[in-house]
Design a protein around this ligand. Structure first.
Ligand code: GCW
Length: 670
């Protein structure tokens, strides 16, 4: 039975004998010379992959032997003229070279990425003999963010405890750390922030730095650097200072000395990730300073070291009429004030990882600051580890959104990859969905979200279906009809989830404490920093949050073109309608139905679609590992029941305002 541990890195014998023979002919040995540690990893991984896939020994040699044997030659060549226009160190080029197949990288990491691309070809059953492939990442810093705590819990983690075993480090290195690094490198990720942004100061103590060093040592051969989330008040908590004011010379000295200490222990340390003055975390505002003053102080502490600061823009507090606007209000005025090593990290949407959000208005609004896109792989608001929701369509929707800030084509993707404003630095971060569960992600298909994030971080132009196809073939089955069914199921799953939970632009109506299940009736939030009357704003007249000029006017944060389209309920896409408009219950929508009728239709058809998902999944049973199939089928049954829970809770609750019957054909029999 497949326990899911190997993820998509399955190197099982190629079943088709003809294909196997073809592969064998071109891969009789691997040639790799030199001492680059990442190149060595690449050779070892290729050997492991080929031996598994081809079922024969494939030696690693220093140089291609004379004769007629064909092999794969791995080379680092920073100055080769084969990488296209990209200047990335991670670029690779694969091409036939004489009787060999050459994998050339601008660095060891480039070779490693090329090797994984080659293995992917084999795993998905494509020919390699005449393979020619040039690739380089569009985004430079491609990170997972772990919200893992020192006590082994994971904030918003649904796949068990943290994979980091702090009590065993640095002496014992769980073999899982290596498999984790392999998985990340295979999809092109090159950094990990290993601890929660609600950070403990403990990670900065000498005791913990030794542990972090041990992890960095495991990741280094895979081209992955370690980053730390820092607790702003660390100078007070572990440094014995009276203040954490970024303009205080003692505080500055403390961070500079701490940073030096970190680089002595971890010479390739990646840098800092900071959540400050958000949800109760301390920050520079506690001392009357702004985010730029805080971030720049850390950038100064990094000095000449090759590290960066990722400063999060996820900020809001009590007292605002609309949380939607707060990050923009605090950060937009600081554009141009950040030091060159600082990137501002912005969630895809303005509220908080909802099932569907309009793109964050900061994208396009801070042209002088590199912005990191932060997405969430862990499904905090998307059914955790029981609902099947493939997230690439959500990521793509944000990346493809046109901010129009510099005319048409100013997409979020171009803001983030730096091409719109010619930034030197660019970054993307995914909040990990990984835990100590044997299969890493709880839901077996949650693995696809980790995979898709990495692939899009490398190349945001890939389609979500293409990524799902790759992943399915590598992970579940290569039977063509089953692949097509699974990909179709995956690609529709996010829209289905939106329909039975938050259709038409509803948002933040989930259970307040655990963020699971419906709770639209929560009129008074238990948290002062959550808008007191809940976000759907239902009343006898209608439904939805008026964010136009007659309401909170959050719409004004977008460029004129976006405002024009979204500001008119007639032209606003239905998917965003209730994000921006309070719409009358009887108001006709472009679908020909009234708001009420459309709302009910979406909840019912959305919930029905889960039955369709179950049928689809049942149809692929013969092509998929039995244990894995049963696991997903059982989770789909939970999903079906909970879709009904969402549907009934929301429809019946909103009906107390609309005071209209449930229309045919959805009305329950009387
Ligand atoms: O989504 C919210 C979560 C918090 C999280 C916060 C953040 C790490 O509910 O658990 O804290 O966002 O992104 O900072």
């Amino acid at each position: 039975a497949d326990d899911g541990y190997r993820l998509w890195l399955k190197y099982d014998l190629v079943a088709d004998a003809t294909q196997r023979a073809q592969f064998r002919a071109v891969a009789q040995y691997i040639a790799a010379s030199g001492n680059d540690v990442v190149l060595k990893t690449a050779a070892a991984e290729l050997q492991r992959g080929l031996q598994g896939l081809l079922g024969q020994a494939v030696p690693v040699v220093a140089a291609a032997p004379v004769g007629t044997q064909r092999g794969v030659v791995l080379t680092i060549n920073p100055t080769a003229n084969v990488f296209g226009s990209s200047t990335s160190r991670d670029a690779y080029h694969i091409a036939p070279q004489g009787r060999h197949l050459a994998v050339t990288g601008r660095s060891g990491a480039g070779v490693l990425y090329g090797v994984f691309a080659l293995l992917r070809q084999l795993q998905t059953g494509q020919a390699i003999a005449n393979l020619t492939l040039t690739s380089s990442p569009r985004i430079q810093y491609r990170l997972l963010n772990h919200w893992d705590n020192p006590n082994g819990t994971v904030e918003r983690g649904y796949a068990g405890a943290s994979i980091w075993k702090w009590n065993e480090l640095p002496q014992r290195l769980d073999p899982r750390y290596t498999d984790y690094a392999r998985a990340n490198a295979s999809i092109g990720l090159n950094g990990v922030a290993i601890n929660n942004v609600n950070a403990s100061a403990r990670y900065l103590t000498p005791e913990y730095l030794e542990k972090v060093k041990a992890l960095a040592g495991v990741f280094r051969p895979y081209g992955i650097r370690v980053y730390l989330s820092v607790f702003w008040a660390a100078p007070k908590v572990i440094g014995g200072l009276k203040t954490a004011d970024p303009l205080d010379p003692q505080v500055q000295q403390w961070w500079a000395a701490k940073t030096e200490e970190i680089y002595r222990v971890i010479p390739d340390f990646g840098g800092f990730l900071v959540k400050a003055n958000s949800e109760g975390e301390p920050g520079p505002q506690d001392y009357g300073r702004n985010h730029a003053e805080g971030a720049n102080m850390l950038a100064a502490a990094l000095g000449a070291h090759d590290g960066i600061v990722m400063w999060r823009a996820f900020v809001y507090k009590a007292g605002s009429d609309d949380r939607f606007k707060q990050a923009y209000e605090e950060f937009k005025p600081l554009d141009g004030k950040f030091a060159p090593k600082v990137l501002v990290q912005v969630k895809n949407g303005p509220i908080d990882f909802q099932a569907r959000e309009p793109f964050h208005p900061l994208f396009g609004a801070m042209p002088r600051t590199p912005l990191v896109l932060e997405v969430q792989l862990t499904q905090e608001y998307l059914g955790m580890a029981t609902h099947l929701v493939y997230l690439a369509p959500l990521f793509k929707e944000c990346l493809n959104a046109d901010t129009q800030t510099q005319g048409p084509g100013s997409t979020v993707a171009r803001v983030v990859d730096g091409s719109l404003d010619q930034h030197r630095l660019s970054g993307i971060a995914g909040v990990a969905n990984i835990g100590a569960d044997r299969n890493w992600t709880g839901h077996p298909l949650g693995q696809a979200n980790w995979y898709a994030f990495g692939r899009l971080a490398w190349d945001h132009t890939l389609s979500s279906a293409a990524i799902a196809t790759e992943w399915t073939k590598m992970t579940l089955t290569r039977e063509p009809r089953a692949v097509a069914s699974i990909v179709d199921l995956m690609d529709r799953s996010r829209d289905i989830y939106v329909r039975y939970t938050t259709p038409l632009g509803l948002h933040h109506i989930m259970g307040q404490n655990i963020h699971y299940g419906p709770e639209p009736w929560l009129a008074q939030a238990g948290r002062p920093d959550w808008t007191a009357v809940y976000y759907h704003k239902a009343d006898s007249a209608g439904l939805g949050f008026n964010r136009t000029a007659t309401g909170s006017n959050a719409l004004a944060l977008y460029s004129a073109g976006v405002q024009q389209e979204w500001g008119d309920p007639q032209t606003c896409p239905l998917n965003y309608l209730l994000w921006f408009h309070h719409v009358g219950w009887r108001q006709p929508l472009p679908t020909g139905r009234s708001l009420w009728h459309e709302l009910v239709t979406r909840y019912y058809t959305g919930a029905d679609s889960v039955t369709w998902m179950q049928q689809r999944w049942a149809s692929v049973q013969p092509a998929v590992d039995a244990a894995l199939h049963a696991d997903v089928a059982a989770r789909l049954e939970i999903q079906r029941r909970e879709a009904l829970w969402w549907r009934d809770a929301c429809v019946l609750y909103f009906q107390t305002y609309s005071k209209q019957p449930i229309p045919a054909p959805f009305a329950p029999p009387t």
